[in-house]
Design a protein around this ligand. Structure first.
Ligand SMILES: Cc1ncc(COP(=O)(O)O)c(C=O)c1O
Length: 413
């Protein structure tokens, strides 16, 4: 690809990164805070949970601080945490990875960003779901990769037939997110197996984002990498990102982990980590060790979300729910046919009822590039402007009130 300096509207040089679209999640958050200005708002636009980290996490972090465990450490994480994570991956996810393929990361976000840098080269294509967490797109663009968007079926799961027709010779990686943000869709083995077969046939690497692994409401979460346990190590293609933010409500602790597909990727990933983070935060890693012993907290948190999904019944009855979530922290509402797109509807709902939701078009940006790979524009997929994302992880009373007000607003037409 030829290179050319990126030039802004004023004709002066601007960094390429400056043309990457901001995340709608952050933008909506800022816009609602500006609007609120002292007004009461029912905040269903952000995924901050009502539950808190287990007490043992707080104690372990405090203890680590007291003992002076605040030095630099290994880039890949402390050995005892990597061992504990390998044991968890075997016990709960059916992986057989040893600790040397496990990397502790500052949030799964950083792990995902590092994976995109590891599995593909600048200019390569990455297949992203048509509706995706906007940070996935930002990470792809930051790594100098080209996004190609694959359609979803009517349950918001990857549309396999359409996916089979996508991806040119530079397609290098496929991102799968189950349970999914923003739809709450869950892929079962019957969806994952053909997906994996397709990726293998096409020589794609697979990045599986399983941040919401502990929030499947019926049945079990199936970790994609567990389906390639019979494949020789060198031929494995699935690398997975996990998070402490969701299962243990450790959102601000910033801790996640990645298990890479094979040892070749491990040495490349290790290099990205050395250069990017030097090492994960030391005290929080001791908190993570304590969190891994808190299975009851995970069960209680899953129950919180399962009950929250049950509180959406009035939306279903009013014909407003696009899809009853099978997992995760979010649901998608369908904007009633009143001649407003999701952004305008969200604004009207906020002003009339004080309920904040996130319009889904920000989850469906389709950047346009020029011949030099510069982003020329960031239109959105019009199909997504029918949807609004509702966060379910907050307080149940607040969610119940929010649902009532959404139904009331829709009834007024
Ligand atoms: C789909 C998805 N993946 C990953 C993350 C990142 O979580 P964290 O960086 O807190 O581990 C989020 C957070 O919202 C998410 O929605």
């Amino acid at each position: 690809m030829p290179t050319q300096l990126t030039v802004g509207a004023d004709g002066r040089w601007m960094p390429r990164v400056g043309s990457i679209p901001p995340s709608c999640v952050h933008e909506v958050f800022r816009a609602v805070e500006r609007w609120a200005d002292g007004r009461a708002v029912i905040r269903l636009h952000v995924g901050e949970p009502a539950f808190r980290p287990p007490r043992a996490v707080h104690e372990a972090v405090t203890d680590a601080l007291r003992r002076g465990r605040t030095t630099y450490g290994p880039a890949e994480g402390i050995p005892e945490l990597r061992e504990a994570l390998a044991a968890k991956l075997l016990r709960r996810n059916g992986h057989d990875a040893r600790a040397d393929l496990v990397f502790v990361t500052p949030g799964s976000s950083q792990g995902l960003a590092a994976l995109f840098q590891t599995v593909a080269d600048p200019g390569d294509e990455v297949l992203l779901p048509a509706l995706h967490w906007p940070v996935h797109l930002q990470q792809v663009l930051l790594a100098g990769l080209r996004p190609v968007f694959y359609p979803l079926d009517d349950h918001f799961r990857p549309d396999l037939r359409a996916l089979a027709d996508l991806g040119g010779s530079r397609a290098r990686a496929l991102l799968v997110n189950s349970p999914a943000n923003p739809s709450g869709a869950v892929c079962r083995p019957e969806h994952l197996r053909p997906l994996l077969d397709l990726a293998r046939r096409r020589s794609w690497q697979v990045i599986s984002d399983e941040a919401y692994e502990d929030f499947v409401f019926e049945g079990e979460h199936v970790s994609l990498a567990s389906l390639e346990r019979d494949v020789p190590w060198d031929e494995r293609i699935v690398s997975t990102a996990f998070s402490f933010s969701k299962s243990y409500a450790m959102t601000g602790h910033r801790l996640g982990y990645v298990v890479v597909a094979n040892h070749r990727l491990a040495s490349a990933f290790g290099l990205v980590q050395e250069a990017t983070i030097v090492c994960p935060q030391m005290p929080v890693q001791y908190g993570a060790l304590a969190a891994l012993k808190s299975d009851t907290a995970v069960e209680a948190n899953r129950e919180h979300l399962r009950r929250a999904a049950g509180l959406l019944a009035p939306l279903t009855e009013a014909g407003l729910l696009a899809y009853l979530p099978e997992g995760g922290w979010y649901a998608l509402l369908e904007v009633p046919a009143v001649g407003l797109d999701a952004t305008a509807y969200a604004q009207a709902l906020l002003e009339a009822q004080g309920v904040a939701l996130a319009p889904a078009d920000g989850f469906a940006i389709r950047p346009e590039f020029d011949e030099y790979g510069r982003i020329l524009g960031v239109p959105t997929d019009l199909a997504a402007s029918r949807f609004l994302r509702v966060a379910l992880c907050g307080d149940h009373t607040v969610l119940r009130r929010g649902v009532e007000r959404i139904v009331e607003f829709a009834a007024k037409g």
